[in-house]
Design a protein around this ligand. Structure first.
Ligand SMILES: *[C@@H]1O[C@H](CO)[C@@H](O)[C@H](O)[C@H]1NC(C)=O
Ligand SMILES: *[C@@H]1O[C@H](CO)[C@@H](O)[C@H](O)[C@H]1NC(C)=O
Ligand SMILES: *[C@@H]1O[C@H](CO)[C@@H](O)[C@H](O)[C@H]1NC(C)=O
Length: 461
């Protein structure tokens, strides 16, 4: 899809230059007629020649960028996405576009995983890989349609790989999901696929599962059995927003060692004030438990491994494990499926990859003071507005992030219509501890936008 259009390149500049140099000569009245004719012909032929010469040297090249504040519009990026470009939004010095060559890919070295990699394994410039798919699953019930659509929108704004959405929803919501996605611009839709599934509890007592925690949440425990053809899957709660390409969290799969089959972030950075360490009446992972709002899974491994547990010494397969586990602990669990996951990984800690807190950033990380070091250094990668903070006024920093992405019109410039207004909104949130951390909330978003533009500009032509 190379569709470089249309910054129209008129020839006025070239011909104006040509005739300009001839004019003083023509004005001379003392000149003999044949001289005049010769010069006029010379100028015309020379101008034309020069013009054709230039035209062939730079076929269909857009003009060099100028720092005059004009907005260059390039109709479609290399992935067929709309791109608008505002020179002032970039700090890199302006260069003529035809000087820009695709950069060579950074060489991938085989090396052991270092601490640095755990903090920031990724975000290298990636070339478009046609066959790489990210599988993203969400379970939406009740009034979560708008929230879910906003999450999905944040997923497609910056991603490079193609995405397949697996949307589990009550039947009544299916037509609304379908029409909402159909209303997205074609250029975004062309890079995603989606499937809608009914809520389906294939074992045990469906009514009992549905009541566990909030409506439908336990559905995600059954994904390894329902999505039999899917190798790996990113599951997120509906109240999650991606502030950088989904591809980046997907790459954690490659950092799994041979026993790891799922990745989650800790429930709390400071165990002493964490919920599990103070109140839980059941086993949980590590010192403070894990939060299941963002969960990366290698389903192939989840389907094949045996899980140690407190009931049967030989271990159980995932599908055999869930119901007995639920029965044993149902009177002790508070947070439903997240508690079951904590019990499972308590007995199988070698199966879990723990990713840093900026990949599942919640009000807990800032409302009593900042306690997520990774987000302070690198910014939030995935925002998780639990406790309903997108819809109440308790944490305005989370609310303005949600509303900005929800309201962003796809066709507009990301900086002008999303980033700069958000920066302004943060001026009104400084009465809260979270609201004072605008850099933490905006840093990855800014980088993702710059990268999105860079990638597309580099690949044009
Ligand atoms: C529910 O999932 C099972 C697989 O676990 C599948 O066999 C069944 O057809 C599904 N039911 C519906 C209604 O989709
Ligand atoms: C998931 O695990 C299976 C089995 O170990 C492996 O073949 C597959 O490549 C893994 N998937 C990813 C995306 O790493
Ligand atoms: C994989 O990493 C986990 C967590 O660090 C660890 O407990 C486990 O032993 C590792 N597995 C292997 C095979 O090294």
């Amino acid at each position: 899809m190379k569709n470089v259009t249309a910054t129209k390149y008129t020839v006025n500049d070239v011909s104006a230059g040509g005739s300009g140099s001839c004019q003083p000569v023509l004005r001379s009245h003392t000149m003999k007629l044949y001289y005049k004719i010769a010069i006029v012909v010379g100028c015309l032929v020379g101008g034309r020649l020069l013009f054709y010469l230039l035209l062939n040297m730079f076929p269909a090249q857009p003009p060099p960028r100028q720092g005059d504040g004009r907005v260059w519009r390039v109709a479609q990026g290399f992935q067929g996405r709309p791109v608008t470009r505002h020179p002032a939004a970039f700090r890199s010095p302006p260069r003529p576009m035809f000087d820009e060559q695709p950069r060579p890919l950074p060489k991938r070295r085989k090396k052991p995983v270092h601490d640095r990699d755990l903090q920031e394994p990724i975000f290298r410039l990636h070339r478009w890989k046609g066959e790489e798919w990210v599988h993203l699953a969400v379970v939406a019930c009740g009034d979560r349609l708008e929230e879910t659509m906003t999450m999905l929108k944040s997923a497609i704004l910056f991603n490079i790989y193609k995405i397949k959405f697996h949307i589990f929803a009550e039947d009544v919501l299916h037509p609304q999901f379908e029409s909402s996605i159909k209303a997205w611009p074609y250029l975004y839709k062309s890079r995603l696929e989606y499937s809608l599934y009914p809520i389906n509890f294939s074992m045990g007592n469906p009514q009992e599962w549905k009541k566990l925690f909030k409506p439908c949440a336990a559905q995600r425990l059954f994904l390894p059995m329902i999505l039999k053809d899917v190798d790996s899957l990113l599951y997120v709660d509906t109240d999650v927003l991606f502030l950088r390409p989904v591809d980046d969290v997907w790459k954690f799969l490659r950092l799994f060692n041979s026993t790891q089959l799922a990745a989650m972030a800790l429930e709390h950075e400071i165990p002493k004030i964490g919920w599990y360490s103070r109140f839980a009446r059941h086993p949980y992972y590590g010192a403070a438990g894990v939060n299941s709002g963002v969960m990366l899974m290698n389903l192939t491994r989840m389907r094949s491994q045996l899980f140690k547990n407190s009931m049967i010494p030989t271990g159980l397969r995932w599908e055999e494990l869930l119901y007995p586990l639920y029965h044993k602990y149902k009177n002790a669990i508070t947070w439903g499926d997240q508690d079951l996951l904590n019990i499972i990984f308590h007995y199988n800690p070698e199966y879990l990859y723990v990713f840093p807190c900026q990949w599942n950033y919640r009000p807990d990380h800032c409302m009593y003071g900042s306690n997520c070091r990774g987000a302070e250094n690198q910014g939030v990668s995935i925002l998780h507005g639990n406790r309903g903070v997108y819809h109440n006024n308790k944490q305005p920093a989370f609310k303005i992030m949600y509303e900005a992405i929800r309201n962003f019109p796809f066709e507009e410039n990301l900086f002008q219509s999303l980033y700069f207004p958000l920066q302004n909104s943060f001026l009104n949130t400084v009465h809260t501890l979270c609201g004072r951390l605008s850099q933490v909330f905006l840093k990855q978003l800014e980088q993702a936008m710059k990268k999105a533009y860079e990638l597309r500009v580099i690949h044009i032509g």
